[in-house]
Ligand binder design. Structure first.
Ligand code: SAM
Length: 184
């Protein structure tokens, strides 16, 4: 994997993000994701809400050469650009792009995944988690973006994560708020 190529594609995404209205994670959240994925030694991650591939490339940076990511994006134009960016970054053998609604696709996936990053429709976070939970083993890292900025839309998810004995959960005040949880 050529990290210079990953950075180059990410720089291009950042240059275009305002003009194209791509809602991608800010730098501080990106850096936190890289650090957490590295610290937990994640190698088979799942992303819900791939947009055009910025955070997907962060995942690869964190996981290193042995890492694999499956990313789901519902908007066809974004999924197309995401596929192109994955190819341009030279990581088509490491990132699987699935186009469609995560709620429909999740029950068809075969895990186990060691990290799940939830960053799609804010009101649906709990539905995504419940759909993928059977594929998550002990030690799995759950990351969820915008849990402070969009808290009112995901009260059910936040209550589930904070009250469930299955997860150790905390929230970092970065960007719109990043939830980190480890499945016990
Ligand atoms: C905040 S953006 C993701 C940004 C991306 N994680 C990044 O930082 O590079 C959310 C994305 O989720 C997609 N999305 C919304 N609902 C979805 C669903 N039900 N299934 C899959 N993707 C969905 C949107 O089209 C949008 O591109």
């Amino acid at each position: 994997m050529d990290n210079n190529k990953l950075s180059e594609v990410q720089r291009e995404i950042f240059k275009l993000k305002d003009e194209k209205h791509w809602p991608i994670i800010p730098y501080d959240v990106a850096n936190a994701i890289i650090a957490e994925v590295r610290a937990h030694n994640c190698k088979n991650s799942l992303e819900l809400g791939g947009c055009v591939g910025c955070s997907a490339l962060n995942f690869l940076s964190g996981m290193g050469d042995e890492g694999k990511l499956t990313t789901i994006e519902a908007t066809p134009e974004r999924a197309k650009i995401l596929r192109e960016n994955v190819i341009r970054a030279g990581v088509a053998d490491k990132i699987t792009v699935l186009e469609g609604d995560a709620k429909t696709l999740l029950p068809t996936l075969t895990g186990p995944f060691d990290c799940v990053f939830i960053d799609a429709m804010k009101r649906e976070y709990l539905a995504y988690l419940l759909a993928i939970e059977p594929q998550l083993q002990s030690g799995c890292l759950i990351l969820a973006d915008n849990v402070q900025s969009h808290a009112s839309k995901m009260q059910d998810f936040l209550e589930y994560m904070q009250n469930s004995p299955e997860y150790e959960t905390h929230i970092k005040t970065l960007g719109g708020g990043l939830l980190l949880a480890v499945k016990i």
